[in-house]
Ligand binder design. Structure first.
Ligand code: F6R
Length: 242
């Protein structure tokens, strides 16, 4: 596992560099996209390179990590809409190029299986962007998640709902209780994992991720077993590293 400690702006440039080099060498790259605050500067940088440096995503396909269950199709916090706003609409990703788990499906387990099949049909994810929860989750694999898990329905912990209440008028009761999420096994199949974490509230999770024992109670620790994982952290998030 490679750990890079740098200011947040530089971390975003490094992540964008990794994505740009992949896309320039293979225009049909398959990207894995995360929502939340952590990747926003990366998306800004990719949009800038698209605008100013002719970086094209026209043949790229992308898969989202997760989705809330039951949020209305036009809800601004539905992850599908967040990804459209933050990145897809700002670059030249083609129509239908971004897929996510269908949190509005009548048959949620079937939607999870279909999502796994779609990722496999695309040839797997070349580079997966990740954030980390304060409780060590990646995607919405909360503590206790099987390290071999695949896309499935999960209950969000109280902590994650409190952490995400900022997107729902600071009202935790408006945060959905369930989600569909890629499993840890699904994420581990991606060929390169790039995790971003900034701020002191991520320090304990980053410490566990990099230095803790591999444990389902800190789900991100599964990344220690990945052959190509990059952890990009600022000083505050790195403050508990030895
Ligand atoms: C989002 C996701 C989550 C977030 C994590 C960190 O798609 O999968 O695991 O990456 O909750 O969120 P932020 O970046 O908002 O601190």
């Amino acid at each position: 596992m490679e750990v890079v400690i740098a200011p947040a702006e530089q971390l975003a440039v490094l992540a964008a560099d990794a994505i740009e080099s992949l896309v320039r060498s293979n225009p049909a790259t398959v990207l894995g996209l995360a929502t939340g605050s952590s990747p926003l500067k990366v998306y800004d940088e990719l949009a800038r390179r698209h605008e100013q440096e002719r970086l094209s995503f026209a043949r790229v396909r992308a898969f989202m990590l997760d989705e809330y269950v039951g949020l209305a199709a036009d809800h601004p916090e539905r992850y599908r809409n967040v990804i459209d706003t933050e990145i897809a609409s700002r670059v030249d990703l083609g129509p239908g190029a971004v897929q996510g788990p269908d949190g509005l499906a009548d048959d949620l387990p079937a939607a999870c299986a279909a999502y796994e099949a779609a990722i496999a049909d695309a040839g797997g994810v070349d580079l997966q962007i990740l954030g980390i929860g304060t409780d060590g989750h990646i995607a919405f694999n909360e503590p206790g998640s099987s390290l071999a898990s695949r896309t499935r329905i999960k209950t969000l912990t109280r902590q994650t709902r409190l952490d995400n209440a900022r997107f729902f008028d600071d009202d935790v009761d408006r945060v959905p209780t369930h989600c569909l999420t890629q499993g840890l096994g699904t994420i581990m199949d991606a060929r390169h994992l790039v995790l971003l974490a900034t701020g002191p509230h991520k320090a304990e999770a980053v410490h566990q991720l990099v230095e803790g024992p591999i444990s389902a109670m800190w789900p991100a620790t599964v990344m220690q077993m990945h052959p190509h994982a990059t952890v990009l952290v600022d000083d505050a998030a790195a403050s508990r590293l030895q």
